[in-house]
Design a protein around this ligand. Structure first.
Ligand SMILES: [Zn+2]
Length: 468
């Protein structure tokens, strides 16, 4: 049944892709198509049916991947799914997305009481599952035969396992029992009497001053005798954990009431729970390989800025994609195309003398330097305080808010140079000015907020400047 549901959607997916492939859009535009048109085909199935299994998810993943990249020069998937500032393009990871969709059921379980989940209540103890740590979830998963709920709990367990503690409240709201973080010897802690009297989270065994409740306090509260060794063991494992979480010991807040565990707090109360759960699943420590190469050429690169600035400063997808390819070193320079055996030589399209690397194409070439000099000259003439501009500034941007107009200027310059290369024309100063003029005309008619106009101040100065 699952395969049947998915196969019709997969056919639809392929048809939509054939339609969009005919249009000449950049991977950035295609990612928008994936997220707004292709992904919604599956959202409902992901929520309502058991996991389709790796073979179907692989098929969807491959369809997306082949759709986005018909160019042999690609960005790795693990990087592509990261946010802009980490060098990604916010691409969706279908495997994580499917998991995060299933977890919407955990929110429903946490909020709905009563009859709506009769079936689920017959399968496992929902309350315990929500109030305890991962070991308990695992225990249920092992004996569940219902594949749908097995998937939901399995994904919940992965989420709990990778949960990152961010605040001291997260520490206070850790489930005390069946939590892999709290062990006596090899075993997770659990005490039936304490649990039944409502002691569930770390905060429940702490006083308002932050210290532990005494053995007596707990015994008075539960009305049952507490094993001395158990009490000491709990104290030790919990205080070890608090120390390890490296938050300065903060006094426990005085608020009383019902608390959800830290895991559920994200799922139930966060404004966009799916997004933060999804990012827990996609998290990886991989860094874009381009960073190593640029670090060999330039100094002190602020990577967060370099990856992000084009998206902050331009809405033009041509510019965004051009700059992304420069940063990731996947722009089709002849140096790169020669290495890939796509062209017969690696010589610069303009001067035909030197290797056409990124730094040569946008800075060193004898046909580019006059353009840079013209820009410098015009700026001096207009009394613009201009730092000693470098190759790094032109290629990777200048990290300063004040420099936004200059960053925009060089983004536009690179557009002009790259278009010249594509049309086998030598870049010239009048050509550059025409290109700026056109870009500014388009800009004027597309931006609605006047606040963006100042960012174009330097480009505007340059087109009003007569050529000397
Ligand atoms: Zn050249």
């Amino acid at each position: 049944m699952i395969d049947y549901n998915y196969s019709s959607k997969l056919t639809m997916l392929q048809n939509i892709i054939i339609f969009w492939k005919r249009r000449n859009i950049s991977p950035l535009g295609k990612i928008t198509v994936v997220k707004s048109m292709l992904l919604p085909l599956f959202t409902h199935l992901f929520i309502a049916l058991p996991s389709p299994g790796v073979h179907i998810l692989n098929q969807i993943h491959n369809c997306f991947y082949n759709f986005i990249w018909d160019d042999p020069l690609k960005i790795k998937h693990n990087i592509l799914i990261k946010p802009y500032e980490e060098g990604g393009l916010n691409m969706i990871d279908i495997y994580s997305f499917e998991k995060s969709m299933k977890l919407t059921w955990i929110k429903k379980l946490a909020l709905c009481t009563g009859k709506c989940f009769v079936l689920v209540y017959s399968l496992f103890d929902v309350k315990k599952m929500l109030n305890m740590g991962n070991a308990y979830v695992q225990k249920i998963v092992k004996r569940l035969t219902n594949t749908f709920w097995k998937d939901v709990l399995n994904y919940y367990s992965i989420y709990v396992n990778t949960f990152k503690i961010c605040t001291f409240d997260d520490v206070l709201n850790m489930p005390l029992f069946y939590n892999d973080n709290f062990k006596i010897g090899m075993n997770c802690i659990y005490d039936k009497n304490m649990y039944e009297r409502g002691i569930r989270l770390v905060r429940d065994i702490l006083c308002t001053s932050g210290g532990f409740k005494t053995k007596n306090d707990i015994e008075n509260y539960t009305g049952k005798v507490l094993n001395f060794l158990f009490y000491e063991g709990v104290k030790r494992t919990v205080s070890d954990f608090i120390k390890k979480s490296s938050f300065a010991t903060v006094n426990k807040s005085n608020t009383t009431g019902v608390f959800f565990s830290s895991y559920l707090n994200v799922i139930v109360f966060k404004a966009k729970p799916n997004k933060s759960i999804y990012s827990t699943y996609t998290f990886n420590k991989e860094k874009p390989t381009c960073q190593n190469k640029w670090n060999e050429i330039f100094n002190n690169i602020d990577w967060k800025f370099v990856h992000n600035f084009v998206f902050e400063n331009s809405r033009d997808t041509y510019i965004q994609w051009l700059q992304t390819r420069i940063v990731h070193r996947i722009l089709g320079t002849k140096s790169l195309l020669y290495k890939m055996k796509i062209v017969n030589d690696n010589l610069c399209s303009f001067c035909k003398k030197h290797e056409e690397t990124l730094t040569h194409l946008f800075w060193e070439c004898e046909h580019i330097q006059p353009i840079i000099n013209y820009i410098k000259y015009s700026m001096n003439l207009n009394n613009i305080n201009f730092p000693n501009i470098s190759c790094q500034d032109v290629l990777l941007g200048i990290c300063s808010e004040k420099m936004t107009p200059i960053n925009i200027l060089f983004l536009e310059m690179k557009r002009y140079v790259f278009i010249c290369k594509k049309h086998s024309k030598i870049p010239t100063v009048p050509g550059l000015k025409n290109s700026f003029q056109l870009a500014w005309e388009i800009q004027k008619h597309t931006i609605c907020q006047g606040s963006e106009f100042p960012n174009w101040s330097v480009v505007r100065l340059l087109i009003n400047e007569p050529i000397t």
